[in-house]
Design a protein around this ligand. Structure first.
Ligand code: KIV
Ligand code: ZN
Length: 511
């Protein structure tokens, strides 16, 4: 029988303690709603006594989130607990997370106290929290370095006082997986009332062992994991949500399951990274940009033959549309053929050998090769669509919406269309789109203005997206709109191969 692992997400509390990554209440509510959709069981929404902003966020999240339990952190201090209870007033399901240091370091050097007195404070805090909420989680801070016999005594006492969950944090990220696992096992075997509560793993990543320790914890009987999206958090971070979720899902032999909807992982990872302005390292497990990218020839060949040769997870399972076969100087012929076929170039073995030799020369001078490079490689040059700009007329000025009429010469026929836009350049681009009858998206636009005496002018470099492929265009003219139109048409003139897939163009883009 498979046991459920409860996911307690602390992205908005421990994760948000990262310097420079603070979120406002609205941002926290957006992330909390996404965590709800992801399927986490508990959201630690903040530490309400720490600031009015944190208090406000816990209130807002309590109002907006329906299913997960909303949890608020406190110290073992009555006022903290009162404020946390107040902040949770609107939560449909609520939990107070209170606790105190359990290691001799904390007892001596943080609290200047004794083991017995600390246990008394722990009991008092749990009892006080129980006056406000039924669900009370107790954390034994720095449990990773605490003496196991003392820790067991503390855990037994707080469960007796009413704790429903007991958190065993490796606050400093010091434990080895075996040691952390043994600690949980020791508690499971030596705390008489342990089955009246759930043990929880809260591991920090100072030595890169947070996920391993958490897994060791659940293998030994803990049933809740405290995690953050992308593993963000104090210092080297917390256990990463996506790693634990995917380990449980991948290793069926653990006979564990969770409520996490794994297809939502990548989207949430990107949202958190963007909102917290904290980039995800490219080689980060599960959600890094390279997590499903294959670049060496041996791996590419293997993955093309059979995906599972080099992939233990399917990218779609975590919300990534597909793995990528990156073309670099280390790529082999299998990868080159794969991409050529994707671009609808058919090559036999002799042609492939010949193209591969030219590919290696090109790849040596570049980090990675894009579709545009392959087209160049195949055709020797980019086939020009031979579209020429004949005329451009703009009508604009307050209160008129700018309207552009553009005439294009395409294979000796003149096409002319008018369109409006939110500016003269946008109107001109819309007019061109309507002539060529394709959806082209402007991705990047840069202007370098040129002033010669009283003569104006500009150089425009832009990037457009068509059929998921980027094209670059360049134009120069003494009129900025004309320079932009030239650059846009320059990019379109490179779209030679798209016509292979083009079904409904009014004319063929290139021959
Ligand atoms: O790392 C830790 O010990 C904590 C507690 C406050 C739960 O974050
Ligand atoms: Zn922590």
């Amino acid at each position: 029988m498979s046991d459920k692992i409860y996911f307690f997400d602390t992205t908005l509390r421990d994760g948000e303690q990262v310097p420079g990554c603070q979120l406002n209440t609205d941002e926290k509510v957006i992330i909390a709603k996404e965590l709800e959709l992801l399927g986490v069981d508990v959201i630690e929404a903040g530490f309400p006594i720490s600031s009015p902003g944190d208090f406000k966020s816990v209130v807002a999240i309590s109002k907006m989130v329906n299913d997960p339990i909303i949890c608020a952190l406190t110290r073992a201090v009555e006022n903290d607990i009162e404020v946390a209870a107040e902040s949770l007033k609107y939560a449909k399901r609520k939990r107070i997370h209170t606790g105190i240091g359990a290691s001799d370091y904390h007892i001596k050097y943080k609290f200047n106290s004794t083991r017995d007195k600390i246990i008394e404070r722990a009991i008092a805090a749990v009892k006080y929290a129980k006056r406000y909420v039924e669900d009370v989680e107790f954390y034994a801070e720095d449990a990773g370095r605490a003496d196991n016999v003392f820790l067991a005594k503390m855990v037994e006492a707080v469960i007796k006082a009413g704790a429903t969950v007991v958190n065993i944090p490796d606050t400093t990220g010091y434990c080895l997986p075996e040691v952390y696992g043994e600690k949980i096992n020791f508690l499971m075997e030596n705390v008489n009332n342990v089955h009246k509560a759930i043990l929880s793993c809260h591991c920090h990543n100072d030595l890169g062992m947070a996920t391993a320790n958490t897994i060791a914890g659940i293998q030994n009987g803990a049933r809740q994991v405290e995690v953050t999206v992308n593993g963000i958090g104090e210092r080297a971070g917390n256990t990463s949500l996506e790693e634990v979720a995917m380990i449980i899902q991948t290793h069926k032999g653990l006979t564990l399951h969770s409520n996490i909807k794994s297809q939502r992982i990548n989207g949430l990872s990107q949202l958190v990274s963007k909102m917290m302005r904290m980039p995800v390292q490219p080689n980060k497990a599960i959600v890094g940009a390279n997590a499903f990218a294959h670049s060496s020839g041996i791996h590419q060949d293997g993955v093309i033959k059979h995906r599972e040769n080099y992939e233990i997870l399917a990218p779609e399972d975590v919300g990534i549309s597909q793995s990528s076969i990156v073309l670099t100087a280390r790529s082999g012929k299998a990868a080159l053929r794969y991409h050529l076929e994707r671009l609808e170039y058919k090559v036999d073995a002799t042609e492939l050998e010949e193209v591969y030799q030219r590919f290696l020369i090109l790849a040596d001078g570049k980090k990675d090769l894009k579709d545009e490079d392959l087209i160049l490689l195949m055709d020797g040059q980019l086939i020009n669509n031979n579209i020429e700009v004949c005329d451009v007329q703009i009508v604009s000025g307050k209160p008129l919406q700018p309207v552009a009429t553009v005439g294009l010469n395409i294979k000796d026929e003149i096409y002319r269309e008018s369109a409006s836009g939110n500016g003269s350049i946008n109107a001109a681009f819309n007019a061109i789109n309507s002539i060529i009858d394709h959806q082209i998206t402007l991705d990047d636009f840069e202007v370098q203005s040129l002033l010669h005496g009283n003569r104006e002018g500009g150089k425009v470099s832009l990037r457009v997206l068509y059929n998921n492929i980027n094209y670059f265009g360049y134009g120069e003219h003494e009129d900025l709109v004309m320079a932009s139109v030239e650059a846009y048409v320059n990019a379109i003139n490179k779209m030679n191969f798209i016509k292979k897939k083009n079904v409904k163009a009014r004319f063929s883009l290139a021959s």
